[in-house]
Design a protein around this ligand. Sequence first.
Ligand SMILES: Cc1ncc(COP(=O)(O)O)c(C=O)c1O
Length: 417
Amino acid sequence: MRVPAWLEAGQDFVWRPYCQHKTASPPLPVVSARGCRLVLADGRELVDGIASWWTAAHGYGHPHIARRVKEQLARLAHVAFGGLAHEPAYTLAPRLAAMLPDGLQRVFFVESGSVAVEVALKMALQSAYQRGQGNRRKVIAFEGAYHGDTFATMALCDPVDGMHRAFTGLGVEAVHLPVPTPGDDFEARFAEHAAEAACAIIEPLVQCAGGMRMHDAEALQRIRRACDEHGVLLVLDEIATGFYRTGAPFALYRAGVVPDIVCVGKALSGGTLPLAATIATEEIFSAFWDDDPLEALQHGPTYMGNPLACAAAHASLDLFEQSDMASVVGRLETRLREGLEPLRHRPHVRDVRVLGAIGAVEMEPGSAPASDAFAARGAFVRPLRLASADVVYLMPPLVIADEDLDVLLAALDAVLR
Ligand SMILES: Cc1ncc(COP(=O)(O)O)c(C=O)c1O
């Protein structure tokens, strides 16, 4: 592959994410993207099997999003949220609240999923403190979790499979429990820590970056009941599962569980501009309602509620509203199941799991082929490499056409042979 001059010139200056620079192949140079395809510098097109880390739900270059962002750019690109307000954010907040169960209404905008989770933790810990429960300093998290890369969120990630071993013990005090399974002693283990816990946090139905591990609604309902019994807040991290990835607008609807706080991000702006949000109940908000300025929520990122990102989110929500996403994802789920299930008996494969527009092939650690092998067959696929397993997965744009999905499934079929 011809390496473009800009990549050659920049590669000694750019520090890549999650990249062992010593052994990694050079990154693939992308010059444009349209629909579900990435266009490389040499003219090749790859079908994007992971939708830019699960953001590009509507595919790339959607004209409706481009138009809304352009109009907003001409009017107001950015203004700080401190003491000032703008229409895109003030109309987006009620729109998001309307998509969620009643009561989840107070929206705090941030620029990334990790920070949305940080803000959820601050809401839980600070509200406990202000309600005279300063002893509640712990967070109950779950094995298999991934909630981000900042210090507090790293502490919530799976302690074995997480990629943050150099930072163990830093950040918030987290306790990791196994996700409940029928007949286990989850309630007793939860009770051991509950009196000191401000909140419990979980990715509902699918723990994504931690290995596309799936659990059922009953597991979440047990967590909700345990939280209620012990006065612990429940945070659902819907950053990956939200916006129809599991077929419902949010996985919490599939699970029949209403949290106290929900975090959203990724597909919110349709893979265009950085935006995430933490949405809490009025009950939590009321713990911050006081004459003392120091009792206000202590957070305020410079680019919070960026108007361009909010305009992109409005356009993204328009697109979700304009089609029957539940059937679109239902169809995708069927096709993923048909395409991936036959791989179950291939060498090194341990399991195949599909839910909504998420399809995963779990393999023995170290056995998944590198991205290059998939790219040679026209697909961009980036396996998760954990201590306990490799996971080759597809989370394509939700709008992917049959022929593009066929390219992805054929690539997996050929490469995992
Ligand atoms: C469930 C979940 N929470 C949080 C994050 C962190 O989001 P960001 O990468 O935007 O900080 C991710 C990212 O993959 C995620 O999947």
